[in-house]
Design a protein around this ligand. Structure first.
Ligand SMILES: [Fe+2]
Ligand SMILES: [Fe+2]
Length: 274
């Protein structure tokens, strides 16, 4: 699980970089709006339990999880600034994310860790889809594909870390699934609100027709969200573990495409030597 520091340039990219379709592009803009503060919330919730973890392997994974999420937060901050440079109202989205996270601070630490586990399951299954469905990533403009693939690679690499911490410090099953049900409702309605806000305040978004085409792509055919449902439901199994789904081959292909193979091997060697 190496910590990479890639840099991205969006100078050449179209404002509607996903299939040229405003509704699909704004859907991912809405997700990206949630990332910087969301991922820092993940970092805090896992870091809180760091000292209670005795297993040296898990401690090492926690350190890398924290570093990876911090670099995602930074990269998406830059990306969100690029989105806003087109006049899209990312400031309103950012304010709504901050308000939700402030509210979440009232939840006890173990509840916040359960929220992180739930949201990490969302990122893990979406990442798996991005890694395993070449026709999905083919619709992204090239530099956008690099950003989202990099994020998908690292989300997959660290997908079990928050979960393993939760299982170690609590393992409470009813809380885990209750929190997932709650998070699903809150997260999906929030992302839908953010996307709707971007569509409403964008005079070039194409309104109803683009929304219908976008909804059909996500829920009809090819139905990217619809096809995530079985993987999502996995989380409700009592004996669920994130690595029950193992997209290692697709992960290796994506690392190779991004030129990370060598870097990963070098990091592993450096670690062995240390
Ligand atoms: Fe992340
Ligand atoms: Fe993550």
């Amino acid at each position: 699980m190496p910590v990479r520091k890639p840099s991205f340039s969006y100078a050449e990219e179209r404002p509607y970089w996903l299939k040229g379709e405003p509704s699909l592009t704004h859907l991912l803009h809405a997700l990206s709006a949630a990332f910087p503060d969301g991922e820092r919330m993940f970092v805090e919730s896992v870091a809180h339990y760091r000292k209670e973890i005795r297993d040296p392997a898990l401690r090492k994974e926690i350190a890398r999880f924290l570093a990876q999420e911090e670099s995602h937060a930074k990269a998406h901050e830059e990306f969100n600034a690029w989105i806003a440079s087109h006049g899209f109202d990312m400031a309103a989205l950012d304010a709504s994310v901050k308000a939700r996270i402030a509210l979440g601070k009232k939840v006890p630490p173990i509840g916040r860790l359960a929220v992180t586990c739930a949201l990490e399951h969302f990122t893990a299954i979406m990442a798996e889809q991005l890694l395993t469905e070449p026709e999905l990533i083919a619709d992204f403009d090239p530099n956008m594909a690099r950003l989202w693939l990099w994020h998908a690679v690292e989300e997959t690499e660290h997908k079990a870390v928050a979960f393993d911490v939760y299982q170690t410090v609590s393992g409470n099953y009813p809380r885990r699934v209750f929190v997932m049900a709650l998070v699903t409702f809150r997260f999906m309605t929030h992302v839908a609100w953010m996307k709707r806000h971007l569509m409403k305040t964008d005079p070039n978004a194409g309104g109803l027709l683009s929304n219908l085409r976008g909804a059909w792509t996500m829920w009809g055919k090819p139905g990217w969200f619809r096809r995530l449902v079985p993987a999502y439901l996995d989380y409700f199994r009592r004996d669920f573990h994130p690595w029950d789904r193992d997209p290692s081959e697709a992960l290796a292909r994506a690392r190779e495409r991004l030129g990370y193979d060598r870097e990963g091997a070098d990091a592993a060697r450096a670690e062995e030597a240390a």
